[in-house]
Ligand binder design. Structure first.
Ligand code: ADP
Ligand code: MG
Length: 248
């Protein structure tokens, strides 16, 4: 479904990605994980054609992504931008509908589709006329998700969609998102820096460090057969609350 071949990208002398080879399977959830600055967002932006790699090719459904077909291929992809990326001066409804309006959909089709995905994303219909500032963090992320789903794309790219949420809201959204992925059978690439979230969502986990893939596979393989000391270091860097609890 998506294939990256020898992708490299530098910003000046800073290499953000080096020689990335990666296949993202159809209908499964792949999680891209790694520390801040390791190149996750750059990789996502290259897949959606917002950034051109210095070298290498992106294939989407066996077609090489290039300037001639980028607009067409982009419509197969729903993108949830890190930090949500909602337009603050547009209502939630308008944010969700923006591409469909641009493509000239009938008003009634737009309304029908918004109702469908609001139900799917568990967003209350009476909240649709609010502006992003009038929504909670969790509601904003539900609207970002709805915007990404509006055109019913085959592929969903989600860049740290739950990063800024408090633990309870995050837990609820993780549960709902996983159910949505399962129901819609989309090809999903989800970015996180949380190993617990990665193992919850990922049929396959890809660990990135300094712009290179360190290991890809299941969380079990990461734990039992780490390909590099960094894999173990990364997994152990998340605190377990019970470690600080003395049972007397
Ligand atoms: P992540 O999403 O994993 O936190 P990014 O892909 O945003 O990482 O960034 C990877 C590296 O590229 C970082 O060192 C970052 O500072 C750098 N970088 C990202 N975008 C730009 C840009 N537009 N200009 C210069 N450097 C950038
Ligand atoms: Mg990022």
């Amino acid at each position: 479904m998506i294939k990256l071949e020898s992708i490299s990208k530098s910003y000046g002398r800073n290499q953000a990605l080096g020689q990335i080879n990666l296949t993202i399977s159809q209908g499964a959830t792949t999680v891209l994980i790694g520390p801040s600055g390791c190149g996750k967002s750059t990789l996502i932006r290259i897949i959606i054609g917002l950034i051109k790699p210095d070298m290498g090719q992106v294939y989407i459904d066996n077609t090489i992504l290039g300037s001639a077909n980028v607009n067409y291929l982009r419509r197969k992809i729903g993108y949830v931008i890190q930090e949500g990326g909602l337009f603050p001066h547009l209502t939630a409804r308008h944010n969700v509908a923006i591409m469909a309006r641009h493509l000239g959909w009938e008003k009634s089709s737009i309304e029908k589709r918004i109702k469908e995905i609001a139900q799917l994303a568990k967003f209350p219909l009476d909240g649709l006329d609010r502006y992003p500032l009038q929504l909670s963090g969790g509601q904003k992320q539900r609207i970002s998700l709805m915007r990404a789903l509006m055109l019913d794309p085959d592929i969903l790219l989600l860049d740290e969609p739950l990063g800024a949420l408090d633990p309870l809201i995050r837990f609820d959204l993780q549960t709902d998102l996983k159910a949505i992925f399962k129901e819609l059978k989309k090809t999903v690439l989800l970015v996180t820096h949380d190993i617990g979230e990665a193992s919850y969502f990922g049929d396959r986990i890809v660990l990135l460090h300094n712009g290179e893939i360190v290991q890809q596979g299941s969380i079990k393989e990461f734990v039992h057969h780490p390909a590099h000391p960094f894999v173990t270091q990364f997994i152990q860097a998340q605190r377990n609350p019970l470690d600080n609890f003395e049972d007397t």
